[in-house]
Design a protein around this ligand. Sequence first.
Ligand code: SF4
Length: 465
Amino acid sequence: MRAPAESFPLAARHELANAQLRANLATATATIRAKRSAVVSELPDWEELREAAQAIKTDVLARLDDYLLQFEAALEAAGGRVHWARDATEACAAVAEVARSQGVSEVVKVKSLTTDEIELNAALAAAGVHAIETDLAELILQLDGDWPSHILVPAIHRNRTEIRDLFARTIAPGIASNDPSDLAEAARVYLRTKFLEARVGISGANFGVAETGTICVVESEGNGRMCTTLPPVLVTVLGIEKLVPSFADLEVFLQLLPRSSTGERMNPYTSLWTGVAPGDGPQELHVILLDNGRTRVLRDEVGRQALHCIRCSACLNVCPVYTRTGGHAYGSVYPGPIGAILTPQLVGIERAASLPFASSLCGACYEVCPVKIDIPAVLLHLRAEAVRAKAPKSERAAMAAVAWIFASASRLGLAERLAHVLQRPLVRGDVIRRLPPPLAGWTRTRDLKPLASKSFRDWWRAERR
Ligand code: SF4
């Protein structure tokens, strides 16, 4: 996965200068927030559902190896084929190989963050295969060479006049209306032929059921249903953390996900398929099980909860930072609070060190997260990691020396006496105004109190005596 090209503060400054973006973001996120809050308040057992989802995800991660093998066996017994991919290169190669074996130069694709993460479209293009995005917002971005800025509403930063102009230049020459229904119709006409001609469909997945080998995709436009049922060959890229143990577990997530993401009671389209069925739907099913850094995240006891994420985007819509800057400032396919904790773990903290600081730590993301990811706790954990990763050798050596001194009472007493002697030439009146290098930075903007004439330990000893 690609690391952010520039640090968050620099990218955010650029994005904040875009007044249109800020207006679009404010309107869209406020609307989704209000819808979410209305439908969530309808469920008296919302908190219990969140608890259940958290428990299921914790169990999945604790026994991921077993569940993955169970999923593989169930899927292959149902006629599907599993490919294991350690990283983006292996995953893309497996998809390209399927396309090559079918002799196709074009495939249709369902919106999928996981395929964006591995940059599948670029890899397929390099193999001579054009992947057509069929989600309306993703299509808009693809036609303009742009990239998503929101998990759920990828083109949140675009308005309808911009889209009308784009369509007029590309798929619908002569279109004059910027009415949403006319724009949707133009996309529908263009895509319908593509669906009917495609021999290979590509999807991500929201969930994979270990018990049955079933795959579940939820979406709003029906394009996902077309992609996963019309082409004779289907390839699904599934992040290994997306498993749930049993079919019954879907009941929990299919209540939480639509309410948290689009603010709807249920998803307009929920597609489930288990292997292949003769004469019905794709006759060849390939599932790529993708690691791409996930097992490394799993090793971190605090950070691993980021793998619970069901990509609902509720945390984005309530985040005071995201709702101002938008998604591009995060420089990653995973924006907002979840991006701030997932991206640094997937690409390495040293390559995305500014992201854990892209937060006010207000806790709103935790309040709305349907799987109860404690995002503020992970942010703090990663901030510490970022500081550790970036601290210069001299600072690390100084901290190690301080730890060594503090570990022994006699060493501490000796150090205090030495410090008293050393500070004498620096004290002016009752303050130290300037420390010598390498400590000079500390007194550049503040005065320092000198050490007390008597340490607490000396005072205590005298008292006791
Ligand atoms: S972290 Fe939670 S709120 Fe944010 S996208 Fe993931 S599941 Fe949704």
